[in-house]
Design a protein around this ligand. Structure first.
Ligand code: TXA
Ligand code: MG
Length: 329
């Protein structure tokens, strides 16, 4: 199968709509990472997402809708705090889990009675979702377990030949997946951290919990139990306090003839002046935006990526650390 990469315009949107209505898949940009979309109402189309990615069949998907879509069509029991949060953060990188009305395919939520809904802010994503006018089920558009894609080329390198269309909306500005928030309880609860932080949510909703997986208990967000975000090369992760040791390890690897690269923020890069660096940038938003791109660059160039965790560990860095430790830990 030939995979087309097209800019978002009326011609590519018509093709996208045609493909989705035939039960096929379309990759599209969002402000976080690229998504692999299917008509959420079509069982076979949603199953095709799992088959194409090699995704475990018990890891539910997020449904994406445009900003004018009435989500009460899809979900019920929307609490007051969720209305405030939607007003404050949507469209944007916040996915909200509600009780499902059961109007999309049961394959989307893997038989759970809840549904995760996301309203992305990316202009191209909005154009696409508005044009197709249907709820679009979409995970990140990478092969399962690999690093999430933040450019159309990343999608192509994982799924080229397996899907017909990638809508190209440039590099994603956010860089890590949306915050997933459980809105089925009296208090909102973060299931996956992201750019909309727990503090930001608590400021609007009054309070906010955070879910931590407990060994032996049924997981509330099935995605959390799987290995994720892994580059296809050796990796090592050092915390900020041990950055000197990271630099020593890097030099030792080079001395052994291994192609070692340091993955670190600009401050650490400057401190050591290492020659082979995957530099993440300075601000927390830059670091998040560059993380997956640099991990993918690293797996192309390096035998081993030696990562140094950022000094700051709160706010957006909670989400960054969660991905970095799964990728390099
Ligand atoms: O930024 C994003 O969220 C991207 C873009 C494409 O929108 N999508 C994304 O999808 O990251 P995916 O499939 O890679 O991650 C979805 C996460 C998983 O951790 C999954 O377990 C959780 O959302 N999830 C989905 N439905 C759920 C539900 N009903 N209850 C609890 N967790 C759910
Ligand atoms: Mg994913």
């Amino acid at each position: 199968m030939e995979t087309k990469i097209l800019p978002i315009d009326s011609r590519s949107l018509q093709l996208a709509e045609k493909l989705l209505s035939e039960g096929k898949l379309v990759a599209f940009p969002t402000e976080t990472v690229y998504g692999l979309g299917a008509d959420a109402r079509n069982d076979e189309a949603v199953k095709l997402i799992y088959a194409t990615k090699g995704r475990p069949s018990d890891n539910p998907l997020i449904v994406h809708v445009d900003k004018d879509y009435d989500i009460a069509q899809l979900v019920t029991d929307i609490p007051d705090y969720a209305k405030l949060l939607a007003k404050a953060f949507l469209p944007g990188p916040l996915t909200m889990v509600y009780k499902s009305r059961g109007v999309v395919s049961p394959v989307v939520s893997c038989g759970l009675d809840t549904l995760a809904v996301r309203v992305p802010s990316h202009k191209g994503a909005q154009q696409f979702l508005k044009f197709v006018g249907m709820p679009v089920a979409a995970p990140s558009a990478n092969l399962s377990k690999h690093v999430s894609p933040v450019t159309a080329q990343h999608v192509y390198s994982d799924l080229g030949g397996r899907i017909e269309l990638i809508l190209d909306g440039g590099k994603c500005s956010g860089g890590i997946e949306s915050t997933v928030l459980d809105c089925t309880g009296c208090v909102p609860c973060v299931l996956r951290s992201g750019l909309v932080t727990r503090d930001m949510i608590a400021r609007v909703a009054g309070e906010c919990d955070e879910y931590h997986m407990v060994e032996g208990e049924r997981v509330r967000s099935p995605g959390m139990k799987y290995k994720h975000y892994s580059p296809r090369c050796a990796t090592a992760l050092y915390d900020y306090a041990h950055r000197e040791e990271a630099f020593k390890a890097y030099k030792n690897c080079l001395a052994e003839g291994r192609r070692a690269y340091m993955l670190c923020d600009s401050g650490v890069a400057e401190q050591f002046g290492a020659r082979y660096v995957l530099e993440l940038g300075r601000s927390e938003n830059e670091i998040a935006a560059n993380l997956y791109d640099k991990l993918r660059e690293g797996e192309r160039l390096a035998d081993i990526i030696i990562a140094v965790a950022p000094e700051k560990q709160d706010g957006v860095m909670v989400g960054v650390m969660n991905r970095l430790s799964k990728a390099c830990g």
